[in-house]
Ligand binder design. Structure first.
Ligand code: SAH
Length: 252
């Protein structure tokens, strides 16, 4: 299953155009994460024959809620940022998304808001980033057009899979390269872990107000490298709880 997640979108028209782009490429699950304004008449006008995607769109008020159950998270970004994740080409992203969905994983492909794109916090929860290699001097596509380009790549990868041509091998290879077989942790579990870790590191004094942002960014990057499994997160959180208990005792 593939969710197209539009984060903090400001123009309802873009939501409609994105829905239309999705439908032309055979995708239907739209998630609106804290949209600035709700779906309106303009959205429906621009969605044309894809209005049912808007009817069924899921609105999420937090990032955790938007990424619930999703175990492969990819952020589309026009700009390279510090601490970026593995950067995929659109074609590679298409292959990875199809391979993951065929394995029964839920994939979220996230798009940022029109003015500023994905925030650091949103980019930091991703396993991968994907950039459409556009004109370096003017690389920012309209939101719905970026949705069109990347969903087109998903469609191409899927058609190649259906055709069982040599690309099938490429998809399987991509899947083996990036995914392991254990039960992966979902977006909301990873966000929960990040928050727990930050609390404990503030408690121990490893983090303080001056270094909090920059160090947490590096730490989140470490944990985005392998896919954290559910077991991994449980063990890591067990460690954190033991730290909290010990610090509590020594402070008594
Ligand atoms: N002004 C913003 C871009 C916003 S465009 C910025 O500079 O980051 C809205 C969204 O469309 C982006 O957040 C991203 O998800 C997607 N997008 C636009 N151009 C893209 C590109 N070249 N590659 C990948 N995604 C792109």
């Amino acid at each position: 299953m593939v969710d197209i997640v539009l984060v903090n979108t400001s123009h309802p028209g873009n939501i409609g155009s994105a829905a239309r782009a999705m439908k032309t490429m055979g995708l239907s699950k739209l998630v609106l994460a804290y949209p600035e304004s709700p779906v309106d008449g303009q959205s429906y006008a621009l969605a044309a024959g894809a209005g049912e995607i808007l009817d069924n769109a899921r609105v999420a008020s937090t990032l955790s809620e938007a990424l619930e159950d999703s175990t492969v998270i990819i952020g589309a970004s026009a700009r390279r940022r510090t601490y970026e994740r593995t950067l995929l080409e659109p074609q590679e992203a298409g292959a990875l998304i199809v391979a993951s969905a065929l394995e029964g994983r839920k994939v979220s492909l996230m798009f940022g808001c029109e003015r500023t794109g994905l925030t650091n916090e949103e980019l930091e929860v991703c396993h991968y980033h994907v950039t459409i290699p556009a004109n370096p001097e003017y690389s920012s596509l309209n939101l719905a057009m970026a949705v069109q380009v990347l969903t087109y790549e998903i469609r191409q990868a899927y058609l190649k899979y259906l055709g069982m041509d040599p690309m099938k091998e490429e998809i399987v290879h991509t899947s083996e390269k990036y995914l392991d077989k254990e039960q992966p942790a979902s977006g909301d579990e990873i966000i929960g872990f990040h928050q727990h870790l930050e609390e404990v590191l503030l408690l121990t004094g490893f983090l303080h107000e001056n270094n909090r942002g920059s160090i947490m960014r590096k730490i989140k990057r470490i944990f985005s490298r392998p896919y954290l499994t559910r077991d991994d997160v449980n063990i890591l959180r067990g460690i954190l709880s033991s730290v909290t208990r010990t610090v509590g005792k020594t402070n008594e």
